[in-house]
Design a protein around this ligand. Sequence first.
Ligand SMILES: [Zn+2]
Length: 214
Amino acid sequence: MIHEILPVGMLQCNCSVFGDETTREAMVVDPGDEIESILEIVARHGLKVKAIVITHAHIDHIGGARKMKDATGAPVYMNLNDTGLAKMLDTQAAMLGMRPVEQVDIDVPAKDGDKPVVGATEVHVIHTPGHTQGSICLWAPAAHTLMAGDTLFRDSIGRTDLPGGNGKQILQSIHDKLLPLPGETLVIPGHGSATTIEREKRHNPFLAGMGGAE
Ligand SMILES: [Zn+2]
């Protein structure tokens, strides 16, 4: 697979361009901002964007989705539990001192267990509420890769003090749905450095006692 990761915008959200070398189909995950740069990556690899997937409706992840949809015609996927947040982009922009962005219509509800394909590769939607109620992670088993949104970070987890956040729930989501994935799975968090499931099981202080350090 082609997998390019570009930190975009003021909060440096990790946008993924995930493409199939053979069919040239691609999925763009979290086009928060800097759409021109994302489109350059898409063009450089000769890709056609088939899906735009939003891991959750915080503005740094969804902010450029409308522009990306207008530029590519691709449908936007998001878990509908974040619909309320997606309608509050003006409030989110004001809270962060950012310029307002245009809202985007969601075309496809991303539900737990859905498996959209990129070329020949299945991408499993894993619903991981906690950071927001509609947070999802995207797992591509054939590529040994998890795009984790703001649920799991290297040495940290997503904050839960924003509207819709729940501290108990995010730990439950990580314990039940992410830690059982193969240890070597590469984790691309919503911000910051990549890691692996195994590394976070062993070293993530927020996950102490979840069976990693024995
Ligand atoms: Zn977030």
